[in-house]
Design a protein around this ligand. Structure first.
Ligand code: NAP
Ligand code: MG
Length: 403
């Protein structure tokens, strides 16, 4: 069998710990034998980030802007303990934060659904994709404690020095707390466009919800910007694609989500997305089955798994003990990137390979071969727990039969 050719490279960002081990196995067992892989490789492993003063993260992000498609392995976000463990020059920033800032993107998280693992909400038979606005609000806040008998105001000073004031609260006997948050029209517009584009791409309805009845300026601005952009740029395209844009109040959205069967994209403000993505991921079964893609407003895609580097398994692996780490989300990052590369380059063979590899992963699990995390959840009678590498080898056997 001749290998599938690629015309344009995709950006490959290697990472850390157990996911780095899996990364190499995926390429050796499931990519190289089938695809003449063209990738521009960047090593975002913590050691190399430190050696390059984290310049490698910026270079990889710029390469992603250039080529339009990237696949990323999970990476360590250093804390004090990691600074010591790796003798780091500095506590480098989160690579995902750096990439997000350069790509100006929105993160979409979608679960991989397999038979035998019933979501905690059994009506959720299709995936719910959460789109989280990754800028501003409470994540870029200014807050303080307020002593008793203090008056707190919002003050906005314009470029000519004119002040507009609003009272937040006149504190009496009891002091308290205040918080200042912001967002920008530009960021909300980027968020909206990424969501509309992703919905068109996935051919799924888009839901958006805020608390605009209570927050008549702040949350209402999100609602208005989404509505303006939809009317001006997406209404016709959605009609053609047979999908809808649906806005409702956040409380109503939560109730509808629970009653739904899934199969749509749920756009969330930053905090809602943070909380809801954890709830949705848990309800679908396992963090190891959650995919993640960062989409910029002008259509640059960076695919990854939602989970981290699975440190606990890596330490077992280092001790020579057997691991049973789930590679599904990392595999789907690869298939997502290969399919997108194929779509952009009109390379049908590459798209077809990505589809078949995903089918092979799902078929393998549904045949009863799975890693330990799924073994604990699966209701299949003939289930069998395999180690990290044997799972990938079993997928290769299934894939060979599909090719
Ligand atoms: P984690 O890597 O997501 O793992 C947490 C636990 O979840 C694991 O110990 C394991 O549970 C389970 N798990 C996650 N992925 C799994 C998989 N593929 N297969 C089987 N089980 C899986 O989170 P962490 O251990 O808290 O973080 C480790 C490092 O990852 C940190 O340095 C953090 O900075 C980094 N991180 C990176 C990203 C990213 O690059 N996007 C995201 C999050 C965290 P059991 O131990 O019970 O088996
Ligand atoms: Mg969260």
């Amino acid at each position: 069998m001749s290998k599938i050719k690629m015309t344009t490279p995709l950006v490959e960002m290697d990472g850390d710990e157990m996911t780095r081990v899996i990364w190499q196995m995926i390429k050796d067992i499931l990519i190289y034998p089938y695809v003449d892989l063209k990738s521009e490789y960047y090593d975002l492993g913590l050691k190399h980030r430190d050696e390059t003063d984290d310049k490698v993260t910026v270079e990889a992000s710029n390469a992603t802007l250039k080529y339009g498609v990237a696949v990323k392995c999970a990476t360590i976000t250093p804390n004090a303990q990691r600074v010591e463990e790796y003798s780091l020059k500095e506590m480098w920033k989160s690579p995902n934060g750096t990439i997000r800032a350069i790509l100006d993107g929105t993160v979409f998280r979608a679960p991989i659904i397999v038979k035998g693992i019933t979501p905690y909400i059994p009506t959720w038979t299709k995936p719910i994709t959460i789109a989280r606005h990754a800028y501003g609000d409470v994540y870029k806040n200014t807050e303080m404690q307020v002593p008793s008998n203090s008056k707190c105001e919002l003050v906005c000073t314009d470029e000519s020095g004119n002040e507009t004031r609003r009272t937040i609260h006149d504190f009496g006997e009891s002091g308290g707390i205040i918080q200042g948050i912001h967002n920008t029209d530009a960021s909300i517009r980027s968020f909206a466009k990424s969501c509309f584009n992703y919905a068109l791409d996935a051919k799924q309805d888009l839901w958006f919800a805020t608390k605009d009845t209570i927050s008549k300026q702040y949350d209402h601005r999100f609602k208005d910007i989404f509505a303006e952009i939809f009317e001006a740029e997406y209404k016709e395209k959605f009609k053609e694609a047979g999908i809808t844009y649906f806005y409702t109040l956040i409380d109503d959205a939560v109730a509808r989500v629970i009653r739904s069967e899934g199969g749509y994209i749920w756009a969330c403000k930053n905090y809602d997305g943070d909380v809801m993505s954890d709830m949705v991921a848990t309800a679908y079964g396992s963090l190891a089955m959650m995919t993640s893609v960062l989409v910029s407003p002008d259509g640059v895609y960076e695919y990854e798994a939602a989970h981290g580097t699975v440190q606990r398994h890596y330490y077992k692996h280092l001790k020579g003990e057997e691991t049973s780490t789930n590679s599904c989300a990392t595999l789907f990052a690869w298939t997502g990137a290969l399919r997108k590369r194929g779509e952009l380059d009109k390379n049908a063979e590459l798209c077809d390979f990505a589809d078949k590899l995903e089918k092979a992963v799902i078929d393998t699990i549904e045949s009863g071969i799975m890693t330990g995390d799924l073994y604990l959840l699966s209701s299949l009678p003939q289930k069998k727990k395999v180690n990290t590498e044997d799972f990938l080898k079993a997928v290769a056997v299934t894939l060979d039969a599909l090719m």
